[in-house]
Design a protein around this ligand. Structure first.
Ligand code: GTP
Length: 466
């Protein structure tokens, strides 16, 4: 412990400055020579007295960063020297290890000396910016902004925190076992194109491997790591050196994608870096989960949950638009209404679940036999409607007949190993190039369907007006 009472006032002051918690640099006002860089100053900047013999050297070494140029400091200094107390300057500085820190600096002139008091406000700014990014993101989610835009906000926040790193979010496709580009705003286009759809696998880059292992993958040197061997030409062209990738998980732990930081300033992640990645991954997971939930709601609103076909509402919407266009072009449309024969019996004999399988089988099989542009919807329990654009009577009859035949000719094996056969009846009508309403056509097709059922089922009947 220092004994203040036993030291002279100058030494006392020096000691106070030396061990003050705030970073202090003292320079001679006349010669600009460095007189003292206290302990906190040396810890903040990494420079000792021998690195910074005078104010100009400090100025050049620390303040000449790309986003806080030398003139900004000089201008502030000129004003600060005239005003007592001087206002604070907030600036980006480069410290000895090359990293950029955010500081606030103020100046006091006394006894022919310049006393600079420097506060490191990097962490404070990061928390503020994170809060801002978090709020921006939630606002964007609430306003249903595109997933790409929301993810871009997150990526840019992390990039701001650790320049010159680049970040990307890839989205996991469980079915195809690959990753699609979510957001990578600062990567070259050729790189983004190359990684769009990259496979998930134990040794595929950092992200493919992070998704495969569902854990953090740290690659400190892309140029020598075996996971990156296949991409060397690409990564060298894009100037990528390191890549840390973290899985993005939903609240229930399922994989949603990956968050990656390339070219991070430090070789391996510190505790702070890991917190940063987790912050980004958490935000990204909120955005992706919300997007998926939204898509699922939309899908449910427009598509039948069982067969994946258009539901009644969207079939009406799509068909109405198609009929309007057809009447303008004077084209004929055909409407088919298809119903499973004795479906109640199938349910009664084999159970409701198998009945569901019949409906799925019917939908899949019919879709693969329909011409391009046809709209098929499930409009009732076991009732399906198909609108065929620009189709004359002969072509429509052929299509209806081949649909009926392909279903009655095929069978499928149930989960219990039973072979299931079923047939359908089809009623058909036409718009004849006139403006028709879909419900009017459905009534006609239903009447033809009734005729098909009455005359023995497993057949196609055409509507006749009388
Ligand atoms: N498994 C299953 N059955 C359904 C679904 N929707 C409706 N059904 C059943 O479909 C059956 C339709 O029976 P009906 O209208 O009497 O007609 P059908 O037995 O097919 O006889 P026909 O049409 O006269 O050949 C009923 O038993 C409904 O319970 C569904 O989503 N899944």
């Amino acid at each position: 412990m220092m004994k203040l009472a036993e030291t002279n006032p100058i030494t006392q002051l020096e000691n106070l400055l030396e061990f003050a918690p705030i970073a202090i640099g003292v320079f001679d006002a006349e010669s600009q020579k460095t007189l003292l860089l206290n302990d906190a100053f040396q810890r903040l900047f990494g420079y000792t007295l021998s690195d910074i013999p005078d104010m100009d050297t400090w100025h050049t070494k620390s303040f000449a960063t790309s986003d806080s140029s030398t003139p900004a400091f000089s201008t502030w200094l000129t004003k600060a020297e005239l005003n007592t107390p001087s206002s604070c300057l907030t600036a980006s500085v480069r410290i000895k290890d090359g990293r950029i820190r955010q500081i606030s600096v103020s100046l006091t002139l006394a006894e022919g000396k310049k006393f600079f008091y420097v506060n490191d406000i990097t962490d404070h700014l990061i928390i503020e910016q994170r809060l801002q990014a978090h709020n921006d993101m939630l606002e964007m989610v609430a306003k249903s902004s595109s997933l790409k835009d929301v993810l871009t906000v997150i990526v840019q926040q992390v990039q701001r925190e650790s320049p010159p790193s680049l970040c990307s979010v890839l989205l996991y496709d469980k079915q195809k076992q690959c990753l699609w580009l979510g957001a990578a705003p600062n990567f070259p286009e050729y790189y983004n194109q190359a990684i769009h759809g990259i496979q998930v696998g134990p040794n595929i880059g950092s992200c493919g491997a992070a998704a495969y292992h569902n854990r953090h993958i740290i690659v400190e040197d892309i140029n020598t790591h075996p996971n990156w061997q296949a991409f060397t030409e690409l990564t060298q062209k894009a100037g990528l050196t390191s890549c840390w990738s973290d899985p993005i998980r939903a609240a229930d732990g399922t994989l949603l994608g990956t968050f990656a930081i390339y070219n991070s300033p430090s070789p391996s992640p510190s505790q702070k870096d890991i917190e940063q990645i987790q912050f980004a991954s958490n935000l990204a997971s909120i955005a992706i989960e919300n997007h998926n939930a939204h898509q699922e709601l939309e899908r449910r609103a427009y598509f039948d949950y069982l067969t994946g076909l258009a539901n009644r509402r969207s079939f009406f919407e799509l068909s109405s638009n198609m009929l309007k266009q057809a009447s303008v072009l004077k084209e004929n449309c055909a409407l088919l209404m298809m119903d499973v024969d004795h479906f109640k019996k199938i349910n009664d004999i084999h159970g409701h679940d198998l009945g569901d399988l019949v409906l799925k089988h019917l939908a899949k099989n019919s879709l693969s036999n329909l011409p391009e542009g046809a709209i098929m919807g499930r409009i009732g329990g076991e009732e399906f409607a198909i609108l065929l654009p620009d189709t004359d009577r002969a072509a429509a009859s052929n299509i209806a007949e081949s649909l009926r035949k392909s279903l009655s000719d095929t069978s499928f094996i149930s989960h219990e190993g039973q072979t299931i056969h079923y047939t359908v009846s089809i009623g058909m009508t036409f718009s004849l190039g006139l403006h028709c309403y879909i419900d009017e056509l459905l009534r006609e097709a239903d009447s033809a369907l009734y005729k098909a059922k009455q005359t023995g089922r497993n057949r196609v009947c055409t509507f006749t007006a009388c």
